[in-house]
Each structure stands twice: as structure tokens, then as C-alpha cells.
Design a protein around this ligand. Structure first.
Ligand code: PMP
Length: 295
């Protein structure tokens, strides 16, 4: 378990982490009615760098909009940024961390609805430990399918929808793998339990398009931009599972996954060298320290 830092945000105030709690009778607990995002923050020479905070704000807001969760009044992007940087500053021992920020339906027993149900934002800080092994990720295709856009949209980062991820990842772990690959209802590749997926073939980078029942990862977008800036052709399109088996490189991207090379899929070994992935790892890390991410 990663270390959680002392100061959290909840009920429109900074408070001890142990006091940041939603009720067991809230819709957040009863129905998983919360939306969330996790972003990385690193302190260097007393300056905090937060990775694409504006995009996290926009995705959180869109997640709430998709499921009709009331947006907390006055929570503008400026206010959101002020709260997040205030939270980081109050946890002054922290250095390289993830911040999990959620909007919870906190009303007690409102029944199965969202309209008019009050919400609260919470945020807490914990050590940035990658969820993937650094030595090459081993993936197993799941027999569980990704929740489709017309059931629980993967585009919205809804807490309750993560039951789908937990089911599939636990099966992969039980079978001795590191994570699962989700397919959609038609059998095309979507993503992993909490990361997007890319493949390299003949020098071209490919990833499932955003209509493939996936979360529109902020690192996914960053990787696409970085690859294009390096002159690499990038295609967002429907991906077959067998394309992954014969790829030159496969990697995962995500805040908690970082950029992680995949070494094996369903018992098929991938090439040991991943030169483009290695280059993207370096560029991606540099991006965090770009001026636009400074606070
Ligand atoms: N897909 C899923 C299902 C996820 O939970 C995550 C992690 N947030 C990602 C993809 C990667 O998204 P991001 O790059 O924004 O962390």
C-alpha cells in the first residue's frame, strides 16, 4: 500500500486525511456514484509540477456531465487548480506523488437518481508507485468484456464502473499475469484495467480509437502528440488482438502505469527491444517538467 499524506481536501476545506469521509448511506458508497481522476505531481527545487491539470479538470467535469452528477457550485478550473496546489503545499514532505481527486454524490439515501443530489469534491495525496512492473508487463486477454458506451460509458471515469476493471484484472493476476486486455463487444481491443494500449508495427504507432469503449487517457493523448512531434505516423483505429501478438513493440500508458513496455501477451513473447517505447518514456518524463506544468 502506498503511503497517504496527512492533509486531504473534503467538505470545501483542508483537513486531516482520516477525517475525509463520505457516509455509508451516500450514493457514492451505495451505487459507486463518484467520478474521479488521478494526476501526477513532482516537487523539484521547491516548485511543484503537475501533469496537465487542466485536462484532468476537463475530464472530471465531462465525467460528471455524462452521468448527470451535479458539479459542485463555484468549482471553476481556477478554483480547482488553487485547491490542488494548496493541497500539495500543505503536504510538504511529499515529493513524487499521485493526487486522487473525486466528485462524490454525498446526499444520504436519495435513491437511484442523480439530478438534484448534492456532491462534494475530495482529494488526497499518495506516493507515486507505478502499478506495472518495470521489467516488462505480461498481459492476458480477459473473458470479461469492457462495459460498452451504451451501458456504463468508459469515457466517463465513474468509480462504480471499476468493478469491470477489478473483475478482469483479478482474473489476470490469478493466472499469474500483471494485467488484462479488455476487448469490446465486437472483439476489438479497448485498453487494460487502468491504462491505454499502443502497438508499434513497421515504424507506425497504433492505438484503439476513442470510439472503442476506452477511457480517453491524458497520457494517451500526450504519447500521440510526442510521437507525432518525433515524425512518427500515428493511427487511431480499431485494433485486432492478433495485431498485438505480432507487433514489434507494445506498451501501456497511464498516470499510474507510466509508460510500461509489454513483454508477453497470452503466452506469446514480444521482441525484447522496444526502442520507440524507450524514447517515448524519456520524452514523456521531460514533458512533466515543461513550463506549462509548473506551479
Ligand atoms: N484507462 C483506464 C480504464 C484508466 O483507469 C486509466 C487511468 N486513469 C487510463 C486508461 C489512463 O488514463 P490517464 O492517462 O489519464 O491516466
Amino acid at each position: 500500500m502506498a503511503r497517504v499524506y496527512d492533509v486531504a481536501y473534503f467538505n470545501r476545506q483542508f483537513l486531516p486525511f482520516k477525517d475525509a469521509n463520505v457516509s455509508v448511506a451516500s450514493s457514492a458508497v451505495l451505487y459507486g456514484l463518484s467520478v474521479y481522476s488521478v494526476f501526477r505531481a513532482v516537487k523539484r527545487q521547491s516548485t511543484w509540477h503537475t501533469f496537465r491539470l487542466g485536462e484532468h479538470y476537463a475530464r472530471l467535469r465531462n465525467s460528471a456531465k455524462i452521468i448527470n452528477l451535479e458539479w459542485p457550485p463555484q468549482l471553476s478550473e481556477t478554483e480547482f487548480t488553487k485547491i490542488m496546489t494548496g493541497l500539495l503545499e500543505r503536504n510538504d514532505q511529499a515529493g513524487d506523488v499521485f493526487v486522487r481527486v473525486s466528485i462524490h454524490a454525498d446526499a444520504l439515501l436519495p435513491g437511484t437518481r442523480t439530478r438534484g443530489v448534492s456532491t462534494q469534491m475530495s482529494a488526497f495525496v499518495y506516493d507515486a508507485e507505478p502499478i506495472m512492473p518495470s521489467s516488462g508487463v505480461r498481459l492476458k486477454t480477459s473473458q470479461w468484456r469492457r462495459v460498452p458506451d451504451n451501458a456504463i460509458p468508459s469515457r466517463a471515469k465513474v468509480n462504480g464502473a471499476y468493478v469491470n476493471s477489478v473483475l478482469a484484472r483479478q482474473d489476470a493476476l490469478d493466472a499469474g499475469y500483471d494485467d488484462c486486455i479488455f476487448l469490446d463487444q465486437q472483439g476489438h481491443v479497448c485498453e487494460l484495467s487502468a491504462a491505454n494500449i499502443f502497438l508499434v508495427r513497421d515504424g507506425m504507432l497504433m492505438t484503439p480509437d476513442t470510439a472503442s469503449d476506452l477511457l480517453e487517457g491524458i497520457n494517451r493523448r500526450a504519447v500521440i502528440e510526442l510521437a507525432r512531434s518525433e515524425g512518427i505516423e500515428v493511427r487511431e483505429r480499431s485494433v485486432d488482438l492478433t495485431e498485438l501478438y505480432i507487433a514489434d513493440e507494445v506498451f501501456a500508458s497511464g498516470t499510474s502505469a507510466f509508460i510500461a513496455s509489454v513483454s508477453e501477451i497470452d503466452g506469446r513473447m514480444l521482441p525484447k527491444r522496444h526502442p520507440l517505447t524507450d524514447r517515448l518514456v524519456v520524452l514523456h518524463e521531460q514533458l512533466l517538467f515543461a513550463d506549462e506544468n509548473k506551479h
